[in-house]
Design a protein around this ligand. Structure first.
Ligand code: GLY
Length: 368
């Protein structure tokens, strides 16, 4: 079987990787460079519990199942490429700066504690003991010890390297100009490199999926970009890193071996690619009030990403009305976390022709 994947973010690359593991012939086309858009702007938090929302238990279960698969993926990718992914359990502290926020955190504690009984509430002093970089001037914190994280920049490098080493044809700088359809089947995709043909096509172009000519007409996917601005800080001798993920109401801080990621705004402004003064102010104020030591850090970069988002905040995964066209997008805030399970379920569907039970709540047909 020949599979053609459209989109070289972590989702597209992971599907290509998993498809290649089946022994299939795989081509991946990416309009720019693999992983350099939304996947790069992500923070690599693998935090099903502290990303959970009331009424979205289905998403929690998918997120948690994907986290369970991470150790195996990390072992394989690190083994094949020698690129360390810095996959770590370090827990998350959700910090309340004032009594209002503390009320909100205690409300969420009910949900988080139901999902993971190890979640606990901490006084400011207890929180500070656990994370010395934290301000003492807070109202309290919630600690979720089971949360993980990964270095998403290293993950991007490793996935691309594993694809190339594994014999996947990776075509970068190759935008898809047209999807060729005949009798409810896809017969090829036209690109600047000419017509590319395969047996099965996977649409994994994130928020740009329905900007591909023809896709909007054939698959009117209700997808919108939700902008996120992210700061990259570098620690200095006088500004040590926090040791764990610190989340608050205006910002989260995710320490990596070589940088501190401060994210992220959540803005409904379409594909506006520019950082804004207000966005950066919000992130810095929120981060500084939780971890004052960031004041002395170097501001190394500002990134802007676009979360692919559906009306119900759930991804769209699996078959479409076009017989041999499969979709994997709409991962919203959870693209890095949902990478392993997305790839495994999509490839299971391609292998068996049967929709896996775990995919049933995430099918395109719920929007038809
Ligand atoms: N998962 C974090 C974010 O989307 O900002």
């Amino acid at each position: 079987m020949h599979v053609l994947v459209i989109g070289g973010g972590v989702i597209g690359m992971a599907i290509a990787y998993e498809a290649r593991r089946q022994g299939w012939s795989v081509t991946l086309v990416e309009r720019n460079h693999c992983g350099q858009a939304t996947s790069r702007a992500a923070a690599g938090m693998l935090v099903p519990v502290t990303e959970a929302q009331f009424g979205e238990e289905e998403m929690y279960h998918l997120n948690a199942a994907s986290l369970d698969r991470y150790p195996e993926w990390v072992e394989r990718l690190e083994g094949e490429t020698g690129i360390p992914l810095h996959f770590r359990t370090m827990g998350t502290l959700v910090v309340a700066r004032d009594p209002d926020e503390w009320g909100y955190v205690k409300h969420f504690f009910e949900l988080y504690h139901r999902l993971d009984p190890a979640v606990q509430l901490l006084t400011p002093r207890e929180a500070h003991r656990l994370e010395p970089a934290l301000s003492l001037n807070i109202a309290g914190a919630l600690y979720s010890p089971g949360d993980h994280q990964i270095d998403n920049w290293q993950l991007i490098r490793a996935l691309r390297e594993a694809l190339v080493r594994g014999g996947v044809q990776v075509l970068e700088d190759t935008p898809v100009e047209r999807i060729v359809l005949a009798d409810d089947r896809c017969t090829g995709v036209e690109t600047a490199r000419g017509l590319l043909e395969a047996d099965v096509y996977v649409l994994a172009a994130g928020p740009w999926t329905h900007q591909i000519p023809d896709v909007r007409e054939v698959l009117p996917i209700p997808l919108r970009p939700v902008k996120g601005q992210v700061l990259i800080l570098k620690p200095t001798a006088t500004a040590p890193m926090p040791e764990r993920v610190v989340r608050g109401f205006q910002a989260y801080l995710v320490p990596k071996p070589d940088r501190l990621v401060v994210g992220a705004t959540q803005e409904e402004v379409g594909f506006d690619p520019y950082p804004t003064a207000g966005g950066i102010y919000t992130l810095l104020e929120g981060a500084y009030e939780m971890v004052p030591g960031i004041y002395d850090m170097t501001l190394a970069d500002i990134l802007v990403g676009f979360r692919p988002t559906t009306p119900d905040h759930k991804p769209i995964l699996g078959p479409t009305p076009v017989e041999n066209l499969v979709v994997a997008t709409g991962h919203f805030r959870h693209g890095i976390l949902l990478m392993p399970i997305t790839a495994e379920l999509i490839v299971e569907y391609l292998r068996t022709g049967q929709v896996p039970t775990a995919l049933r709540s995430f099918l395109y047909e719920r929007f038809r």
